[in-house]
Design a protein around this ligand. Structure first.
Ligand code: URA
Length: 236
């Protein structure tokens, strides 16, 4: 985990890139100081503030077992956001979302949609790995999800794809017993943003035949984004 000093140094470097030669005035949020920078910088700065807050977070027990926090990554201007459940082993090691086997499949799906990971924003409901990859508990979700909700408020994507049950129920405020198989293929709404629930890539690794359904969902997402659907293909 980064020390406070390392995070501070990184934050100062970032402020310098934005043209500041000192800290924003005490009591004035960095965001408010960014009036003279364009919207892109302002969003970038707000996302950086969330990342720094996540890196220092000790609100729940997962902070004591994590190797790295996994705040999320991608474009602050993304029209499309993918939201998973929680980091696994590889993500915890690297501090980056979806970089293990399931992550490779998600990257393949994004590429098959004609995009790169850098074009979208990828995040999780939970920013630290639950030990042994157990399901996150309700209190962990309620402590951690405000970071995600703030990320969504900043990025304001056109479409959110929720991967699996935990992200779907968190974003849509549904009971955790709902079945993705009954929701997927339909758009729902969160604060005016279209939400497409679909199967989690880890599930797809075990249930290859359902890749076809996910590809159908992604074609609906592409249509909503006004992007052409690449040639129909048997989804990896
Ligand atoms: N599964 C998730 O839900 N998120 C990750 O980042 C990796 C695997």
């Amino acid at each position: 985990m980064r020390t406070h000093i390392e995070s501070l140094v990184e934050y100062m470097k970032y402020l310098k890139e934005l043209g500041y030669d000192g800290f924003p005035l005490a009591g004035t949020p960095a965001k408010a100081q960014a009036e003279d920078v364009d919207m892109y910088d302002s969003r970038q700065l707000s996302l950086t503030n969330i990342r720094l807050a996540v890196e220092q977070c000790t609100k729940c027990r997962l902070s004591s077992t994590r190797t790295h926090t996994v705040p999320g990554e991608g474009s602050c201007n993304a029209g499309l956001m993918f939201i998973g459940e929680a980091p696994g082993y590889d993500e915890d090691q690297q501090g980056r979302p979806f970089v293990g086997r399931a992550g490779k499949l998600l990257t393949d799906i994004i590429n098959a949609m004609g995009m790169q990971r850098e074009d979208v924003f990828i995040a999780n409901v939970i920013k630290c790995r639950p030990p042994e990859n157990r399901d996150p508990s309700d209190d962990e979700i309620s402590e951690c999800s405000p970071y995600l909700f703030n990320q969504i408020d900043i990025i304001k994507p056109k479409v959110i794809v929720t991967l699996g049950r935990h992200s779907t129920t968190t974003i849509l405020g549904l009971h955790t017993t709902v079945k993705i198989s009954e929701l997927r293929g339909n758009f729902f709404h969160y604060k005016g943003i279209k939400v497409m629930p679909t199967f989690h890539p880890a599930y797809l690794l075990r249930n290859e035949k359902d890749k076809r359904l996910v590809w159908n969902d992604m074609k609906l997402v592409l249509k909503e984004l006004g992007r052409p659907a690449p040639e129909s293909r048997n989804k990896k």
